[in-house]
Design a protein. Sequence first.
Lengths: 798, 447
Amino acid sequence: MKQFLLLLTVAACALGLSWHRTTRAGNAGLPDAVSTATAAASTPVEPSFEKNIRPYLSQHCYQCHGGEKPKAELSLEKYKDDAALQQHRKDWDSVVEMLRSGEMPPKERPRPPADETAAVIKAIEAVASRSDCGQVAPSAGRVTIRRLNKTDYNNTIRDLLGIDFKPAADFPSDDVGYGFDNIGDVLTVSPLLLEKYLNAAETILDKAVVSIELPKLTRSDIGGLRVSSGAGERKQPGGTRMIYGKGDIYGMTSFDEGDYIIHASVWAQQSGDEPARAALSVTGPESKSQEFEVRGTVEHPDHIQIRSRMKAGTHLVAVSFLNPNPPPKNDDPAKDGKRDDAKPPVQRRLYARSLQVEGPFDPPPQVLPEAQRKLMTHREGVSPREAAREIVERFATRAFRRPVKPEEVERCLSLFDKAEHDGQRFENCVRAALYRVLVSPHFLFRVELDPPAAKRGAIYAINEYELASRMSYFLWSSMPDDELFALAGKGQLRANLAAQVTRMVKDSKSQAFVQSFADQWLTLRKLEIASPDPKLFPNFDQELRTSMIRESELFFEAIMREDHSILDLIDADFSFFNERLARHYGIDGIRGAEFRRVKLPANRGGILTQASILTLTSQPTRTSPVARGKWVLEQVFNTPPPPPPPDVPPLKNDKQLTGTLRQVMEQHRANAVCASCHARMDPVGFGFENYNAVGAWRDRDAGGFEIDSSGTLPDGKSFRGPAELKLLLKSKKTLFGRCVTEKMLTYALGRGLESYDRCAVDKIITALEKNDYRFSTLLVEVIQSDPFQLRTATGERP
Amino acid sequence: MSRPARISRRTMLRGLGTVMSLPLLDAMIPRPLRAAAAPVADAPRRMAFIYVPNGAYMPAWRPKTEGADYELPPALEPMKEHRDQMLVLGNLACDKARPNGDGAGDHARASSAFLTGAQARKTAGANFQSGTSVDQLAAARLGDRTRLPSLEIGIERYRGVGNCDSGYSCVYEHTLAWRSGTAPLPTETDPKAVFERLFSERANDPGRLQRDRLRSSVLDGVLEDARDLDRQLGGSDRQKLDQYMSSVRDLELRIERSEKLPPVQLPDGTRKPSHEPEDLTDHFKLMCDLMVLAYRTDVTRIVTFMFGREGSEQKYRMVGVSEGHHSISHHQNNPDLQAKIRAINTYHVTQLAYLTGKLKELPEGEGTLLDNCMLAYGSAIADPNAHAHDDLPVLLVGKGGGSIKTGRHVRQRSETPLNNLWLSMLDRFGAPADKLGDSTGKLAGLS
């Protein structure tokens, strides 16, 4: 039991996920955050820099962080008022972090009383978060050009070429920033990745560039005819082949699918009364052979032919000699040196020249996927280069997600020209040009350009093509479809935003949103590497793991598609089970691997009681109330606790800790170093103790103690059991709404949120409150928000 | 040596789902070269940097006495038969892994500072920055002598889950190699992909020349696009495009080089690994085999190898640890947990011993391939419970072409920067530098 406890103490830092820095103020904890969110309305006297912050700084900080040479090049003395603080949020975020972690003031300096430090932290955050949203935001932010991440790349290729084969599977993993893998700043390009781009482009084009022209009807010789060994001769005048024994004159040639006529010119040297007989045949899936009597002579050869349906591929064409003379007797004249003149003077011989294939007649219609057919389509009767221009221009326009300039097409065509100069087939020349498109930075990055000559700091609306891309990569993780592209072309996308969002959500491509956004927000990908101890949880296997993830995805998807309130994510009366998962939950009557919608019993409902979340917040051998509490703080309220100090003092060995896990934890929390944060995490975590480390229900813990899942949140509200706890959590609407908004906006923008984004977030929350927290409201408001619609110029574009 | 038969891509793919036997590259486990093989006159020196996450249980790692007669500590026991090839280095420190005013995040800082000696900028995304790493410094100087300037491999596939350490971007935790402070290089964990990177699918294929020519034209072309685009971009966009452009140039050079260099001679019967082994030990062995193969064929001379991502939660059930590595590394002086950490440390050293053994089996010149290697092995964390960054666990294996006197335990003055070791290795590698990150000079006592 003691080891248990020791693990718990470090569980927060042991989680490996730790916390991420939020740029928003008021993240001190559940109750703090609630009060901060409403501070502006309810507190009559607001804290100010002059009154509430400066005295503390001057007493504890200025000595080092002031004067001519401030330590760490950070002068706090230069800040004079609220506005100065608000303009340098980043500096003050780190000041708060230093104070909160106790790292500053440094150990060798006198330590300020804890309540003074707590008060100043609160004041800094209150001042920092106060700004006037009525005015124009100081910045709309600027997302760094984003290269397509693996998901984007796969989906974009799918939609660009109509082939769905996940070419990015072996690309290096995308880095994660701010909890998501689509953050422009951390998506890097390395030589390794570029090499993979080349490999992928080659594979993609091998699949995509296929000739759409029907094979031409031709009649051609089969070259390099051979003769069965020991039965004839190859070296005859004029490429003629001669055969005197049982065997064939044959050659290989390639066929397209269709009917072919095989022609042969044959003659014979006759012997005796019986005419020479030959068979003309072609092998392949449907071999065909026909016999002929050969009566022609070298001057007037016989023309024989057969007609056969061929499959595409290389097949054997042969003229067989059916009736050679019997083999010579042992008295070979060459051996004994004398001739027997009585024997027939001539050997029956078959000659053949010019085996030809003519075809294909009646080839099958080309059955190509629509996208591939479209790729190579061009106007009739134009020069190859004009045709190529048409193909490349259409492709690059879609690949670059914007109209292309003639010179850009011309540049790509330089590769066409080069290949054509080398005498390559049309398809190969086009392929070379398309290759360049697929490796171009305009394809691999989602480029957004400032308007020409825009001044530094100028805020402008991104153009509608850029907007179309932002929307489609947000909801589909893929390129805009024709409809979005057409609207952007007409400049009508902004005017039709809500309708387009509805359409996009309905489209099956919005699955990508579930699997990218929801999986990352809810940290479901972590379940892929969770490994419950096989001895303790023998029922946990790959199928159960996959089913758990699927349940959460289907649940999120239903909330989204059916336009529920986002609050239903915390508690709802339905979910999706297959047989395996239902059994895990102890529910009967569901058969088969297929998932179906289920009305839930009272002890389940919402993401927090889904086996996925319960498992991924557990240790391999046991539950971790700390981890579960921390997960709620991070993913449900976006108020992550600070990381634990690295060297937590060990517990005194003489102090025997006994009782249930809860009792042990409570004794342990007497340690002041741990108490402040664990008071926020542990009660929530213990509320879910009825679910074991793989999310199954239990009444007793592993030690046989009855589970006590009651508790009191830091705001003083009490609960008995997970159902009541969920109701309490669900009632924190603004806090949860803010969390989902911040996570979704981060994902949508591809950058971390900055202080100037606060007004945009507030506006979205106001809209959510007015519209019962509808999912669709959230999506539309995110897309309509300033940071999504606008961009701040760097002033560097000429 | 005859040229291996080319296996078509399709054949390989077919092979993937079927044979699930031990996926070790039997043929790649080096056998002594034939006597007829040309003696290597001036064997190139190779260097590798092998990283183990979450520090070590130091009482089981640190020898009690210095010099040649030290008693081999328990965690180093697997290296027993190679102790004459090994230097145990004490008292090296990685100061830039410390907070230095940045608060929590020792794990992220440790891996990013290990080869750079630079303080990672604390950011979850925007403007992340470390420094140029020692391997990349060497690769920039001498990498043009081989097909690949350097190779970055690891064991743990990064799955991009949630947040990383205390407000630091995940990028800091899963690579050691930084081309520049803003250009981290990803690590490849899939043995099949490593093989393809080393030898390319069609290494000795006559069609390769044509393909490489097309690639060169494509790269030329897109570089033109990028330059044009660069003029219209600003701010951090430019930095991203720079990464793209330098990667394009890198690949162009690589294609040029591969035309000049002699064809790669793969040992007889070498087969491409078909997939990533389920079993962790198999995976380790396979990656070690690939590293040996890379050295042996002289495709590269510089390797970074992460035995685990920093802060790793890998479970080592084969040595009785079912908890996550990082979780138990905060052992709180609990003897059970300390024993488990020690078991993991020993497990990792066992893999090092396997690698060392393989290098030792290969004759090169008058000695063995190992003689021409410098394998630095260690962590930028010592005691994980305290996140200590001084007196780090560091080993140096191989004689560096006769330039290193192995078989000893050598301690430095306390707080000697780890980067001083890197400078000394650069000297021996033939790419001397005066300064790298927080280095203060060269390391005494290696020769």
